[in-house]
Design a protein around this ligand. Sequence first.
Ligand code: SF4
Length: 707
Amino acid sequence: MTDGARSATAQGDTPREAATHCPYCALQCGMTLRVENGRTAVTARQFPTNRGGLCQKGWTAADLLDHPERLTTPLVRDRPGGELRPASWDEALDRIVTGVRAVQTGHGRDAVAVFGGGGLTNEKAYALGRFARVALRTRHIDYNGRFCMSSAAAAGMRAFGVDRGLPFPLADLGRADTLLLVGANPAETMPPLMRWVTEQRQRGGKLIVVDPRVTATARQADLHLQPLPGTDLAVASALLHVAVTEGWVDKAYVDARTTGFEAVRRSVAGWWPARAEALSGVPVADLEATARALGTAERAIILTARGAEQHAKGVDTVSGFVNLALALGLPGRPGSGYGCLTGQGNGQGGREHGQKADQLPGYRRIDDPAARAHVARVWGVPAEDLPGPGVPAYQLLDSLGTDEGPKALLVFGSNPVVSAPRAARIEGRLRDLDLLVVADFLLSETAALADVVLPTAQWAEEDGTMTNLEGRVLRRRALREPPAGVRTDLAILADLTHRLSARGRTADAADPRAVFEELRRASAGGTADYAGVTWARIDESDGVFWPCPDTDGPDTPRLFADRFPTPDGRARFHAVEHRPAAEEVCAAYPLHFTTGRVLAQYQSGTQTRRVPALRRAAPEAFVELHPDLAERLGVADGEPVRVVSRRGEMVAPARLSPAIRPDTVFAPFHWGGAARANSVTNDAVDPVSGMPEFKICAVRVERVGES
Ligand code: SF4
């Protein structure tokens, strides 16, 4: 019997009801799955983050469990360009092992790479990192979270010494007198979160939104700043400039709890609001009003999300807002602080336990000798056998199949053909591989290119843990067994490890509870310490916040109350300076292009594009244009248009809307094929985080038929 699942019918001991969480975003809304009349129904569950609410995606999440396109047998391709055909598990796994051995014999261990995902459970993310380092002994592992959270993570680490998206419970949002959302659109990406915002506003709080588009969230704001894409850092600098000149800096806090303010104060001295207005288009009065609302509030929260972060200067932009929060004395005070809104379901946990190129479990660094020794002990291998750091996701993907890069890639829970920047180039790299293996439960665009496709279990068919955007570790509970022919990712990794005759302890490697027990030991003493988190403890409460080093000790819903986890206990200001986008507009490419999400779709759309209700709600991609721009181009609403950048093009119907600036066009990134927004995006990356510049590049828009 699966923990937390129980029989609601007289059908033996088969679990028929499970209290679990949504498979999609990082809010991880509580839901109950129940089998009724042979169908799996979703009901919302009271949980601290969603308080009984779900969005469309959550309500329809079970539609994929018995979807006709579900993969239920391994597939192999006999020759390049040939068709995928069904195969037995033995044939598919042997093919992988033979291919891996051939590549590593011919080109070395690092010629095989692993690519994971921010939707994998903690157990899977951990097992994938161990598989890469111990079974394959390759340094090349990274994951799609690099495209999501890495800039905020890097800025958080350098300021606070820790990267936990929200260092306070979500409920704190409701207590803030001023809430500043920068590049965040939760009304569309995670609607139940807006209940906290509504509560905040009903208490008399002020909501201020910074976004180049008049989004569903911006429409609810008391004040909407609509900057040119790529100028958020100038906005942050101007806000801090005003706070300094108006005397709103919390000097006692800055003196007692931080270092480096003087350099930051000097760096913003030249960012008078008129200069920021000239660059960003945000009126001086709005900048001053925002600074005042933050600087004079008793409690204020600043949150960033992908709009601010997915830039080649994403880390510095986040640092600009962290500097502002620190100067105002916000972090560590209840109802106040800085945080980022994590996107993917396990975007938080997935970046803590070893999927990242430079990381070992517990948010340890792979180049730290003490960390290597600790984790190697848990894994039962010599520390010197662990590989060193690999390279960030885009760099890894862009090296595939080249003379210097990996020749084989194993992909779990990711669809880079749609989600990577400059995607046509990455698609070409994948085609150049000697061996591409994809584990998924649907034939994603990436799986369709693979030499071997392994059919995997869905979220309702396996147990595990997720860590939500608050750093709260949750239990995902299985409702049923996977269908015949389908295996869990953990079972696949365990079998491959066995077939590769890898060293290290692998007992119970397919059992998520056993893997979690090992993860607890591996993370013990690390930054993200899960040693005191047990499945039983999660079950007894509404999740457990890390760090939690002791089973008998408390967890940590709020960080930074007394000190920051830095060597001297102080937060660190970091002086940053605005710089232009990696690609600026010009005569040939005169418009700014930015990408984002829509309510009814999720990430690369592999799942949500196949859910009938979501497909009806958001059937296709579109290109959002301001009516003035459309008139200039002679484009009518609904007419197909081509968006062209130096890297590629996409075609989708025009959607005319005054919600966007006339100098900017927007497209959602959930679709592949001709409508793939990432054919257009820029692959310039942040030098610190490796985050690609998804949110701005230069394009022209043409009517289809013109060239
Ligand atoms: S907000 Fe996120 S977690 Fe909640 S139901 Fe929607 S997709 Fe699922």
